[in-house]
Ligand binder design. Structure first.
Ligand code: UD1
Length: 416
């Protein structure tokens, strides 16, 4: 297992380019199961979850290739079974359910287990697919789904679930008749998936709103598509500039999609300026604590919560973060405390009292965004921080230590 070593206290200066979005690429890869003909994707980040998705596509009967940041997929002989060995390592594997039912009328997909950030059930995915005519049985740890051709339906989600909206969008694209998804997730990654499906010949309207309309079509064809840049990776680098007191140009930054984040960063005293091909970011004087509540898009993203908390740890005054999306997403708090942070947890609320200086220590990554917050805190801390279990980080940040050392950070990887 690898660990990351960070020697903090260096203000970052220079230019960092954001990679393609993991959370957009994952559903888009699963949507390749729907295509008759080859699909060519560009701007696909080289991450562990992407390799896992490509392996899953292979097992489900696609021929795939991945070179540089280009991935191709061509369905040859579809099979309905997504085995536990793959699904357990990546919850997003459940996104093959909708496409398999739409193409084959059957699916056998391992039930994703609980994960570090909460129970994360898939009941809303299943309820929606049932409304379209699928029947499910849960047995021996697998979801067994059967359907004839799926039928369009009017579905109102109990909660704007990102994965649920994506599964239903894919299923509805090949269903008979019209599907209306209400209270749908509005996340930009859902929009990117809808745009990709449309490029394959789907008929989806309402992208970016909470009502999506899908006119089912008989078949979808191959296409070429560029995955959107990663707004969470971009947001993480905006915080990296602020927390080190440096100045960065963040290139290929999806700034429009980061409104809630840039609003809070500005409130904290961070200067952000959108330029031609990058966003310029630097702190303006001292950083101040703020109050943040995570919400579905366009609210403040839960995936940026841990990184903003790291910044609050070294801010003037007190700030708070209320986590409304996941019930157990504060595992980074204990580790930040090891670096000297002053955080009190009350249920789903973290109260952060800023300290003058964090001090390097050994810490352990518990999930993807928690790992990012520890890297950020390590960049700000004096001395040496060792972050173990960074395989979490490799699921979501392409070449993070290369990108950060390229702008002056002292950060490297060692074998544990
Ligand atoms: C996606 C993102 C993840 C992000 C999250 C919220 C991917 C691969 N992952 O996860 O990075 O943190 O959106 O923005 O895109 N829920 C249910 N039943 C369901 C589905 C969800 O109760 O059937 C609950 C979940 O437990 C959670 C909340 O709804 O508490 C949000 O989940 P959801 O929006 O579905 O997130 P994911 O798609 O899993």
């Amino acid at each position: 297992m690898d660990k990351l070593i960070v020697e903090g206290g260096v203000p970052l200066h220079g230019r960092i380019t954001v990679s393609g979005s993991k959370n957009a690429a994952l559903p888009i890869l699963m949507a390749c199961l729907l295509a008759e003909g080859p699909v060519a994707l560009s701007n696909v980040p080289r991450l562990r979850d992407i390799h896992t998705s490509l392996r899953l596509l292979d097992i489900l009967g696609c021929e795939t290739e991945f070179s540089g940041n280009e991935a191709t997929s061509c369905v040859t002989n579809l099979s309905p079974e997504a085995p536990y060995d793959l699904v357990k390592t990546m919850r997003a594997s459940v996104l093959c359910l909708g496409p398999l039912l739409a193409r084959l009328g059957e699916a056998r997909v391992a039930l994703p287990g609980g994960c570090a950030i909460g129970a994360r059930p898939v009941d809303l995915h299943l309820k929606g697919l049932e409304r379209m005519g699928a029947e499910f049985e849960l047995t021996e740890g697998y979801i067994l789904g059967k359907s004839g051709r799926l039928k369009g339906a009017h579905i109102t989600f109990d909660f704007p679930t990102v994965g649920g909206t994506e599964n239903l969008l894919m299923a509805a694209s090949l269903a008979e008749g019209e599907t209306i998804l209400e209270n749908a997730a509005r996340e930009p990654e859902v929009t990117d998936l809808a745009n990709f499906l449309n490029a394959m010949g789907a008929k989806i309207t309402g992208q970016g709103t909470s009502v999506l309309r899908v006119q089912g079509v008989e078949k979808l064809t191959g296409c070429s598509y560029r995955v959107m840049p990663d707004r969470i990776e971009a947001g993480t680098y905006l915080v990296a500039a602020a927390i080190t007191g440096g100045e960065l140009e963040v290139a290929d930054c999806p700034f429009q999609e980061l409104d809630a984040v840039s609003y809070k960063l500005r409130e904290m005293g961070v200067w952000l300026e959108e330029r031609d091909d990058h966003v310029l970011v630097r702190p303006e004087g001292r950083i101040r604590g703020v109050d943040v509540v995570t919400q579905p898009y366009p609210g403040f993203p839960t995936d940026m919560q841990a990184q903003l908390m790291a910044l609050m740890c070294v801010a003037d005054g007190t700030g708070s973060i209320e986590e409304k999306i996941f019930e157990n997403r504060f595992m980074h708090v204990q580790e930040l405390a090891r670096l000297g942070a002053n955080i009190t947890l009350k249920g789903r609320m973290g109260i952060v009292r800023g300290v003058d200086q964090l001090v390097g220590a050994q810490v352990m990554a518990s999930d993807l965004r928690a790992s990012a917050s520890l890297v950020l805190a390590g960049l700000a801390a004096s001395g040496r921080t060792e972050i173990s279990r960074i395989y979490h980080l490799d699921r979501g940040y392409e070449g993070i230590e290369d990108k950060l050392s390229g702008v002056g950070a002292r950060i490297w990887r060692e074998k544990e």
